[in-house]
Design a protein around this ligand. Structure first.
Ligand code: GLN
Length: 491
């Protein structure tokens, strides 16, 4: 049967891979169909900062030629978009900031390079919170991203453009980064699958740094199967990132068939406290019951230090950000203030003009907690508490294989609803941040509805247990269809 290019956007990455392999359509046809979809549906969401149309078509033609010659990489001809903080050679890489508004990267990040060497076709770069600081995509210099389930709502952040474009079936898959929840929280708020791997699993080389001990690249897709496919390509040692780990990369796709029977799932007492919206809590509990029905064992656990995650993160992350962002000084690259009087004036005005409010707030907080008089009281203390939180996880993983609970305390909230109150905004990551502090892999999958909007189930496992959490997510997606739901205006 001839393929109708009007429905190619409805397919997952795995389905598209099958169609390309069977010769049902070419990468050129697929790329043209999705570029048309970006044109017709992308602007209403403000999900893209750059669309790389010409290069995409050329890459698609190359992929088709490679296929004809029998040289097929694991992502041959498949479309992808990158969060706009992955340096992409010859392409604008803004990080959602005025500071990098005109920055064209001279090199590829490892993630971009690996995905492209596997044969994928890059369609564009997605909108994001400025320097990945935010939970709603409202701190972007390029304006907020809208949630396809209701365009008055935020898709979450900071990988909001990636999440919205996957949820709206504009693209099947996108990369993202997660420093405190920026893959999992927007995945939850838009009803898609998102995985943040173990710290060190994927190279950070060429990712614009926010908080180096917490940042990790991952993917946003419509299914755990697609996430497994992409992660397998991205993961692995990279000599250019000294924190990437020399640990063999398992066959994530092959591991998906592992049943959940016998899996010990930890349910954390502190995850179901008063901060959790009741309907969200019910959806998560139903998902846990469904897993129990498949033979998993639910085990109650206590993590006494987990409630300290948000305050700890908001010392550690700003501290690292204040150091990382010192490189934006108007001298080497990025924005430069006009006609400076002297060097100090150049620094001050460049940074004053180039950075938005939230980024400045983080830099000031970070500088303060690292200052001589307050270092011990804040930074050192936070590092100690970080250890206690890690220890809570290590203790938990002696009794359970994975921890399951809510990804976010609420469903998607209105654009503008939390912008005047940073602390309320910060609390949206209350369930995700701890995995970053402990360097653990976490993923979010859609598991139900509250007020008609998607709810996310989060799975966190021990270091390098991506295979286990992906398999558990995949098995859940075999018995439920939440991940197949599509917002009405984007079918
Ligand atoms: N929302 C958190 C913050 O603003 C996490 C961001 C992220 O993971 N990049 O810092």
């Amino acid at each position: 049967m001839a393929t109708n290019s009007n429905e190619l956007h409805t397919r997952t990455l795995a389905e598209l891979a099958g169609g390309l392999a069977a010769g049902d359509f070419s990468s050129r046809e697929l790329t043209e169909a999705l570029l048309a979809r970006i044109e017709s549906h992308g602007s209403s969401l403000n999900a893209f900062i750059t669309v790389t149309e010409e290069a995409a078509l050329a890459q698609a033609d190359d992929a088709d030629k490679q296929r004809a010659a029998g040289e097929v990489g694991p992502l041959n001809g498949l479309p992808i978009v990158h969060k706009d903080l992955f340096c992409t050679k010859g392409v604008l890489t803004t990080c959602g900031s005025r500071m990098l508004e005109n920055f064209v990267s001279p090199y590829d990040s490892t993630v971009v390079e690996r995905i492209s060497s596997a044969g994928a076709v890059l369609l564009g770069k997605t909108n994001m919170d400025e320097f990945a600081m935010g939970s709603s995509n409202e701190t972007s210099y390029f304006g907020p991203v809208k949630n396809p389930w209701d365009t008055k709502l935020s898709p979450g952040g900071s990988s909001g453009g990636s999440a919205a474009s996957v949820a709206a079936r504009i693209v099947p898959a996108a990369t993202g980064t997660d420093t405190g929840g920026s893959i999992r929280q927007p995945a939850a708020l838009t009803g898609i699958t998102g995985i943040k791997p173990t710290y060190g699993r994927v190279s950070r080389y060429g990712m614009v740094a926010f908080a180096s001990s917490l940042d990790q690249a991952g993917v946003l897709t419509r299914s755990a199967e697609d996430a497994a496919l992409l992660l397998g390509v991205m993961a692995g040692l990279d000599p250019r990132d000294s924190t990437s780990v020399d640990e063999p990369v398992p066959d994530y796709v092959g591991g998906l068939s592992k049943p959940v029977k016998g899996l010990k799932i930890g349910v954390v007492k502190q995850h179901f406290n008063e901060g959790l919206d009741e309907q969200c809590g019910n959806a998560v509990k139903d998902a846990l019951k469904a897993l129990e029905g498949e033979g998993a064992r639910l085990i109650k656990i206590d993590m006494p230090n987990i409630d300290l995650s948000v305050p700890t993160y908001y010392v550690v992350a700003p501290a690292e950000c204040s150091s990382n962002l010192s490189r934006f000084d108007g001298v080497r690259f990025g924005h430069r203030a006009d006609e400076p009087e002297d060097l100090l004036d150049l620094y001050c005005r460049t940074r004053g003009e180039g950075f938005g409010e939230e980024v400045k707030r983080r830099i000031m907080t970070g500088t303060y907690v690292l200052s001589a008089g307050y270092y011990d009281a804040y930074y050192l203390k936070a590092q100690k508490v970080r250890q206690l939180i890690s220890r809570d996880f290590m203790n938990a993983f002696e009794a359970v294989d994975v921890i399951a609970g809510p990804t976010a305390p609420t469903v998607a909230f209105a654009i503008g609803a939390k912008t005047d109150d940073p602390v309320t905004m910060y609390l949206n990551d209350i369930y995700t941040i701890s995995a970053n502090l402990a360097g653990l892999p976490g993923l979010s999958i859609p598991c139900g509805r509250a007020d008609g909007l998607p709810v996310g189930l989060q799975l966190v496992g021990p270091h390098f247990s991506e295979e286990t959490i992906l398999a558990c997510a995949h098995q859940y997606q075999q018995i439920t269809d939440w991940h197949q739901a599509c917002p009405e205006d984007f079918r």
